[in-house]
Design a protein around this ligand. Structure first.
Ligand SMILES: [Zn+2]
Length: 501
């Protein structure tokens, strides 16, 4: 079964921050995990470039919009290397020839369904959110997300008949055809639907958009609302509406497989209400799952580009390495609730789990195999309680990781791998290989020592295998340490440098 997983596409009015790195890494883990289980996977990321926000950022800097979006989009695409991201495709909405044609096609389909009408409109618009707000949604007249006063806008726009899809959306979400997780987010969407869905404006005057964006088909005075345009990326990147035969679209969006969107809590309504309604109108299949993450704070404060306390993920990796950054994001951020990032926490977690945990275990085991068996992993000729228990825990590890990731719970999945380290260390404490080796000096070769070393090497290798989706580089190093070359394990050298001291 195919598995198509996407991140949201961020505005490129500024460089990436750590909050978005969380979403990228989470999506990457799902993609790598599915591939490691033999599934057909497509992983998409990209950048949202046709936004007024980008125009204003370019004006503030005194540069051309295209130059600004090119520069910042590159900074997002270039996160692939430091964060070890395995996306198969990266779509840029202002540059990609697939996108413009696809958005126009999507628009035409909804127009043919009779779901657009023109209307004069006055509303309050937050450029930060690129969204209109009504009075009830504002907090003291300010945007709940940005704390800024939205600007009053009066113009004639195209409206989309969202209200028409209220019943269908409720049914799809209630039946689980469209799964929204965690359940609290699903309930939030159902409450929103129950409060009544109102048609929304899906175009902007060309003048207000400063001429930047995709023209509305058949109406050159209007450009397509940036959210409409951006949401389309999930199918335009598959060739919908393009010249080429839509094989990719058929394979990843129209088949039996899963279609999974990772999104931050702030853009839930766009992905769980607007986007499915657009697809219903266009007569296209819906995503199967929307997975919602909460936000990171940094040193107790909300991440805000304007506050100037942004943590640059590439810089963080330059200082501490890919493994440490990914591990913190996956091991520390809970499934529900915001998580607070500090460099102290990142260092403490990396040293405790990577250097003192994974690294130390593999070092101990490989060193014992060299000391007691000249580097040759022995064939076990007996089974002891300690080794059979360790092997049983190893055999369950993959299933525990599968279950946790299916529940979108990275912390529990990472903890399942960590359990292997604890169990292997417990096995060492129980079997006391050094005492078995001492007894060998005056007697026969110890079958329990062979059994212990064999089980421990197998456990370390399983740690490496299960760690692959989380820490691809470190996992490969661990597996190599546990794989004989010319019949002998490589000599142990440190797997992880200590970051603190
Ligand atoms: Zn806002």
């Amino acid at each position: 079964m195919s598995y198509y997983v996407t991140t949201t596409i961020p505005y490129v009015n500024a460089r990436p921050h750590l909050g978005f790195a969380l979403e990228l890494v989470q999506a990457d883990v799902l993609a790598r995990h599915r591939r490691s289980r033999g599934g057909a996977v497509r992983f998409l990321s990209g950048t949202d470039e046709n936004s007024l926000k980008n125009v204003l950022a370019a004006e503030a800097e005194g540069v051309a919009v295209q130059d600004l979006v090119d520069r910042n989009a590159a900074a997002f695409a270039e996160l692939a290397q430091p964060l070890a991201l395995s996306f198969d495709d990266f779509i840029r909405t202002s540059r990609d020839p697939r996108h413009r044609a696809g958005v126009a096609h999507l628009w035409q389909r909804c127009a043919e369904a009779g779901d657009f009408y023109r209307k004069a409109y006055t509303g309050r618009y937050c450029v930060g959110c690129e969204a209109f707000y009504n009075d009830a949604e504002l907090v003291d007249g300010r945007c709940p997300d940005h704390g800024t006063e939205p600007q009053e806008v009066s113009e004639e726009n195209w409206f989309f008949r969202l209200s028409r899809y209220e019943e269908q959306l409720r049914e799809l979400i209630t039946s689980g055809a469209l799964r929204i997780e965690p359940a609290s987010r699903r309930n939030e969407v159902l409450a929103l639907i129950d409060s009544g869905l109102r048609d929304f404006s899906v175009s902007r005057s060309r003048a207000r958009a400063r001429g930047w964006g995709i023209p509305v088909p058949g109406d050159d005075d209007q450009v397509v609302y940036v959210w409409w345009d951006a949401l389309g990326n999930y199918v335009t990147s598959l060739g919908l509406g393009g010249d080429a035969p839509a094989e990719e679209f058929q394979r990843w969006w129209a088949g039996e497989g899963e279609r999974v969107h990772l999104v931050g809590k702030g853009v839930l309504r766009f992905h769980a209400v607007y986007w499915p309604a657009m697809l219903l109108s266009a007569g296209l299949p819906l995503p199967t799952r929307v997975l919602v993450h909460d936000y990171l704070t940094v040193s107790g404060r909300k991440i805000s580009k304007s506050a100037g306390d942004v943590v640059d993920p590439a810089e963080l990796v330059a200082r501490y390495g890919t493994d440490a950054v990914r591990w913190w994001l996956l091991r520390e951020v809970p499934r529900v609730g915001d998580a607070d990032f500090t460099e102290e926490r990142l260092i403490a977690r990396a040293d405790a789990d990577l250097a003192d945990g994974f690294g130390n275990l593999v070092h101990r085991v490989v060193t014992m195999v060299h000391r007691y068996r000249d580097g040759v992993v022995p064939e076990p000729t007996t089974v002891t309680t300690a080794t059979s228990e360790l092997r049983a825990v190893c055999a369950r590890a993959a299933g525990r990781v599968d279950a946790a990731l299916d529940a979108f719970d990275y912390r529990t999945a990472a903890a399942a791998v960590w359990t292997l380290v604890e169990e292997a260390n417990r096995c060492i404490d129980r079997t006391r290989p050094w005492e078995l080796a001492k007894a060998e000096r005056t007697g026969a070769r110890s079958a329990p020592l062979d059994a212990a070393l064999a089980a421990l090497v197998a456990a370390c290798r399983e740690v490496g295998e299960q760690l692959r989706p989380f820490l691809p580089d470190a996992a490969q190093r661990i597996v190599e340490r546990c794989t004989p070359q010319g019949g002998v394990l490589p000599k142990s050298t440190p797997l992880f440098a200590k970051l603190g001291d």
